[in-house]
Design a binder for this molecule. Structure first.
Ligand SMILES: Nc1ncnc2c1ncn2[C@@H]1O[C@H](COP(=O)(O)OP(=O)(O)OP(=O)(O)O)[C@@H](O)[C@H]1O
Ligand SMILES: [Mg+2]
Length: 511
């Protein structure tokens, strides 16, 4: 008889898309695609930046209406004219950029739109708080349901978004790059949560650019390319290079194109940087043309230190020297004046002006202060924007396109382009390729490497060992707010990185 459950589910997807097309002005985001989601199984949706993944999610949750095609639940055509109607049918999503409300409490954010009600249809606040606490606990989140969202960090906010999705008793759970903002421990907890949802028979759609994660979690795969359905199948029948080839349309050798660069004089020297709670006694130098990697587990204090270095937060102690001279940086504007720019990990917020065209976003900080005859200015802006966006493999219909209508990964490329275009002396890139597809990654790395060869100094915060190993001339490992090691040459290996980051001695004991 074989595997009865598998045979039965193969015959009956809970949810299916059939011939769905969605066009935006100038872009066919989805071109007659199909998709099948099965009970108790995880389907990974894989595709490059702009392939149409988030558009599918928005179509399935009533945010976008397809131009044509059908959505089927249990084989019956359904329509989701509103987000509410999709939720009522049991389809819920954790979006790539979830909209949450800063001023509301965690519990209110989880239950907004479907709060439990008691007598006289009044919101039952007590039940809301208790239910929120229960859901948060069930996903391993130690978050007080009564705190305001604005007091939470980005990882916790993400857990709130997950709790919100789970507060709706769903049959279909969609996760659009859910682990991008999470620490390793939270990622493990998310995987457990997914296993738990599978055991409850929910159908899960999982979107990620991380192949290790896809192989860990998914039962099936579906690939889209340029808004078209390319194929689907079982994870057990493919390997990573099969999927990459389908996704990119060619094979990709994931080699890091670091060029040998002449490393020059000291550009930046940081002495004794300390903060009340986040980091302690950070010392290092950065030289001209050097790429200095900062490795560590999420939460090691790397981003907090970088934010302090550029004046977003205040250190309690510490001196910065730029080109040998002491430099007091009290704000990001001071940092820019000193030639230091920071591209944060959370690019959504500090990143781009969404309703402004790509070319203006890219050139805003570099040409912002020049005043010129309108035509020259515009031509100059276009040329600058074209160079930088092409080198980062940005996919857009034109440079006039508003950034808000780009896919998530392409928005990130705009933000990176914009800061590189200021031609800084030092650029700090926090997780530069997070959310960027495997095909575009090499372009981003290649450009970084070329700019370093021209004399740019780069600090690259990354939690990805291949990226750190492949791109850095030298690596600083941080652990619990301190520098645990500085590694280069033969001392730099995946094992030493992990050991220092986790605080394990060579004998394998915890330090
Ligand atoms: N609201 C919109 N207006 C105009 N074009 C849009 C809009 N939303 C998406 N698009 C376009 O549709 C295409 C698909 O975008 P989508 O966000 O679905 O990509 P994605 O696969 O999720 O990519 P990523 O991996 O970068 O998140 C892109 O070309 C994008 O620019
Ligand atoms: Mg997306």
């Amino acid at each position: 008889m074989g595997n009865l459950a598998a045979d039965a589910s193969a015959a009956h997807p809970v949810l299916a898309l059939d011939g769905i097309t969605k066009t935006f002005p100038g872009v066919k985001a989805l071109d007659s695609v199909r998709l099948h989601l099965f009970p108790g199984e995880v389907t990974a949706l894989i595709g490059e930046n702009g392939a149409g993944k988030s558009t599918v999610v928005k179509t399935l949750t009533g945010i976008y209406q397809p131009d044509s095609g059908q959505i089927l639940m249990d084989g019956q055509p359904v329509q989701f004219p509103t987000a509410q109607s999709a939720a009522d049918a049991g389809v819920t999503a954790i979006h790539q950029e979830t909209v949450l409300f800063e001023e509301l409490s965690v519990a209110e954010n989880i239950y907004i739109g479907h709060a439990p009600r008691g007598a006289f249809k009044m919101i039952d606040r007590r039940k809301m708080r208790d239910d929120a606490a229960r859901i948060l606990t069930s996903i391993g989140a130690k978050i007080d349901p009564m705190v305001r969202l604005k007091d939470l960090g980005i990882a916790s906010r993400h857990l709130v978004a997950i709790a919100r999705a789970l507060s709706i008793d769903a049959r279909v759970v969609i996760m659009d790059e859910p682990t991008a903002a999470l620490s390793q421990k939270e990622i493990e907890e998310l995987y457990e949560l997914v296993d738990h949802l599978k055991a409850q028979g929910k159908a899960i759609l999982f979107i990620s650019h991380k192949f290790d994660e896809i192989f860990r979690i998914a039962d099936r795969w579906t690939v889209f390319r340029d808004g078209q359905f390319i194929g689907e199948g079982l994870m057990s029948e493919v390997d990573e290079s099969d999927l990459v080839r389908r996704m990119v349309g060619r094979s990709v050798d994931q080699i890091y194109p670091k060029r040998a660069a002449v490393i020059g004089n000291e550009v930046l020297k940081v002495v004794g940087y300390s903060h009340a709670t986040e980091f302690e006694d950070i010392n290092f130098t950065l030289n001209r043309g050097e790429i200095l990697g900062f490795y560590g587990l999420v939460g090691a204090g790397r981003s907090e230190f970088m934010q302090s270095l550029i004046g977003i937060t205040r250190p309690t102690k510490g001196v910065t020297r730029v080109g040998g001279d002491i430099c007091v940086i009290r704000s990001p504007a001071d940092a820019v004046d000193a030639g230091i720019v920071y591209v944060p990990e959370d690019r959504g917020k500090q990143g781009a002006i969404l309703d402004m065209p790509i070319f203006q976003n890219v050139t805003l900080p570099s040409l912002g202060r020049t005043s010129k005859n309108g035509f020259t200015r515009m031509a100059e802006e276009f040329a600058l924007a074209r160079t930088y966006t092409q080198r980062l493999d940005l996919r857009a219909a034109s440079l006039d396109t508003p950034v808000g209508s780009l896919s998530g990964g392409n928005q990130q490329k705009v933000v990176i382009a914009k800061w590189l275009a200021t031609k800084p002396r030092v650029i700090i890139l926090d997780e530069p390729t997070k959310g960027i597809d495997i095909g575009s990654k090499a372009a981003v790395h290649d450009f970084m490497s070329e700019l370093a060869a021209q004399g740019l100094s780069v600090i690259m915060v990354s939690s990805e060992i291949p990226e750190i190993m492949g791109m850095s001339d030298r690596v600083i490992v941080m652990r619990e707010g301190r520098i645990a090691a500085e590694l280069s040459g033969d001392a730099l290996s995946p094992e030493t990185l992990v050991r220092h980051a986790a605080g394990i001695t060579a004998k394998g004991e915890a330090a």
